[in-house]
Write a protein that binds this ligand. Sequence first.
Ligand code: GLU
Length: 307
Amino acid sequence: MTTPALSYRGRFAPSPTGPLHFGSLVAAVGSFLEARTRYGEWHLRMEDVDAPRCIAAAAGEILRALEAFGFAWDGEIVWQSRRGEAYAAALERLKAAGRVFPCACTRRELADSAIAPDGAAIYPGTCRAGLAPGRTARAWRLRVRDARVSFDDAIQGRIVSDLARDAGDFILLRADGLFAYQLAVVVDDAEAGITHVVRGADLLASTSRQIFLQQCLGVPTPDYAHLPVAVNAEREKLSKQTLAAPVDISRPGPALYAALEFLGQRPPPELLGAAVSELWIWAQAHWRLDRVPCGPALPTPQGPAEP
Ligand code: GLU
């Protein structure tokens, strides 16, 4: 028997803004199972680039939770907070290629801008042709011009985006001196050789921007699969902002079972009280990406306590 060549490298990239909640567990489970069942690697990256939003203890809590669930990742953990030089180098390349421009606009000056589908302000172009006399640069933005991006998402289907309409010239270096998430993700995925991105559909609106940025930097575009978003009874995405409860790491089995169910995998009821090791054996043998539903959904109540 020959071992298939390694052609799949996936990742899970949590932001340590709070402990692992059900929504991020779903992204971890989906990206992990897709990678492992395709004989791929699965890497872990702590997305702590947005330092003011990160909580000191959260990264440790996330790692403890991942261990309690029995996740095993390949290679070293990548910490975005330590990768400033790589992001700066990418920005320099974009400056040299004339792809970016300095922007002096304040949040207040942009308050009347049109709003993109993901809630971000669409830049009206004020500084695109150069800074007005006497103004100083606060941020750097990527010029999107009339770029259109389309890609086939393995779960959500064909996605077509007109970047001027859907995003506008977006920020790569923020006024507070921090690199933007979009730049960090693209640089990190490219450097790690990520071939497949499996993550929550709340990031679908970012993907077209990231693909355009990949094109500007001349790096490969991975394949994408955006998992359904877990919402609460008010149809809000589970997140720290909506006060999503952390997953209970003293009883990981029921949460893993619920994540598999949420991902359309139909684990057998006999496994409801099973330990995570048993659940993983079943999940690796039965995982099917084509069973994953595309729309947002409420998680089903978790099963009974583990024996
Ligand atoms: N850090 C992002 C989050 O926790 C995920 C980014 C990604 O997977 O590209 O929502």
